[in-house]
Design a protein around this ligand. Structure first.
Ligand SMILES: Cc1ncc(C[n+]2csc(CCOP(=O)(O)OP(=O)(O)O)c2C)c(N)n1
Ligand SMILES: [Mg+2]
Length: 365
């Protein structure tokens, strides 16, 4: 839904035809090709992650199918020294930040090493946040630190449409506005919060307008149009970096996949709605735009797919070679200084594992 008082930006229609005067980024052929390549890589990696869950090699995974434009544009715009405070559907932006595919697989395989990013640009980024909306407050904490230190850095946090109903989200908007923090809230409105549709999630016509009550700008973009996402997030990041305060950008997209691999969306979503949404998806839209300008063709597409698949396959091999972590690793990253009670529990866990191994996994405890 839209609201006449809330800006809404779209440059490309679902067929990739310009429908407004194009922004500067549309003239940067090298950038657009990079964005397109990354969207395709993200989609193929996502497919692979779902397949790995289906064959029991990782745990639950939250697909990003259909929402690639949001994370790819955001990742292209953030500076290395900015900090990303993401949620669980952020494969696209994590990959752009330099998080390795095998780290993402380790994370979803329940391995703590998956949140210990090797790439320097991602080193200080937060791990994926599963509790809904709590990350919005963490991002405000990070942004406060930037402001106190006088650093021109931006904290960027992402969340879904459902998350905007949480108190944590609204509290974060409030403090961001009150303290004029260098933070950007990116709302991935994919129309569903598991089985709850956006239409009954909130009485306001837009989620963007929640920022107005906190005293800063909220706006909507077509989240399937990467030119719109890129142009408006660029403005939001620039504002934050220049000390002009926070922005909320609501990106309208659609969750083409299940909520997670533990979900079956056919139980609550009309097939016709999903079919319609496929007409608006972001990858084909940018591809059509590039092709119309003579900057893309079928041969390049096939070449790209082969390159991406090889990259994904190599990452899967690295993931599989990583080996298992000791079970007590689940406790290792919780505290800088260990509370005595946990030290005891850690020891108990270690003993149990040793007993199990001694009995070949047959022992009862
Ligand atoms: C505090 C909290 N409450 C409930 C849940 C269970 N839960 C997981 S995902 C989800 C829906 C979130 O939907 P949305 O914010 O729209 O994000 P999306 O998954 O659609 O990207 C819920 C309620 C949770 N993870 N944390
Ligand atoms: Mg959602």
């Amino acid at each position: 839904m839209h609201d006449p008082a809330i800006a809404y930006t779209r440059y490309l229609d679902p067929d990739g035809h310009p429908c407004a005067e194009l922004p500067a980024c549309a003239e940067d052929a090298e950038l657009l090709e990079r964005l397109y390549r990354q969207m395709v890589l993200t989609r193929l990696f996502d497919q692979k992650a779902v397949a790995l869950q289906r064959t029991g090699r990782i745990g639950t995974y939250a697909p990003t199918l259909g929402q690639e434009a949001i994370g790819v544009a955001l990742g292209a715009l953030m500076h290395a020294e900015d900090i990303l405070v993401p949620y669980y559907r952020d494969t696209a932006v994590q990959l752009m930040r330099g998080v390795r595919m095998e780290e993402i697989l380790l994370y979803w395989g329940g391995d703590e090493r998956g949140s210990d990013f090797v790439d320097p640009a991602a080193k200080e980024d937060f791990p994926l946040c599963v509790p809904i909306a709590t990350q919005a407050l963490h991002a405000c904490g990070v942004a406060s630190a930037f402001k106190m230190r006088g650093q021109a850095r931006v904290a960027v946090t992402t969340c879904g449409d459902g998350a905007t109903s949480k108190g944590d989200f609204l509290e974060a908007l409030n403090v961001a506005g009150a303290w004029q923090l260098p933070v950007v809230f990116v709302v991935n409105n994919n129309q569903w919060a598991i089985s709850v549709p956006r239409s009954i999630q909130c009485g306001a016509p837009t989620l963007a307008q929640k920022a107005i009550g906190a005293g800063f700008t909220g706006e909507q973009v077509d989240g399937n149009d990467i030119l719109a996402v890129h142009a408006r997030l660029q403005a939001a990041l620039d504002r934050a970096r220049q000390g002009k305060g926070p922005t909320l950008v609501e990106c309208l997209s659609y969750r083409l996949g299940d909520h997670t691999t533990a979900d079956d969306a056919t139980r609550y979503r009309p097939a016709e709605e999903v079919k319609q949404a496929w007409q608006r998806e972001p990858v084909k839209r940018l591809q059509a735009f590039l092709a119309a300008r003579g900057n893309w063709d079928e041969a390049r597409e096939q070449d790209l797919i082969a390159t991406c698949q090889a990259q994904v396959q190599q990452a899967v091999e690295r993931f599989e070679k990583a080996g298992e972590q000791a079970p007590e690793a689940i406790l290792d990253y919780l505290y800088a200084r260990w509370p005595a009670v946990l030290a005891e529990q850690r020891e108990m866990l270690r003993e149990r594992v040793a007993r199990r191994q001694a009995t070949g996994g047959q022992g009862h405890e």
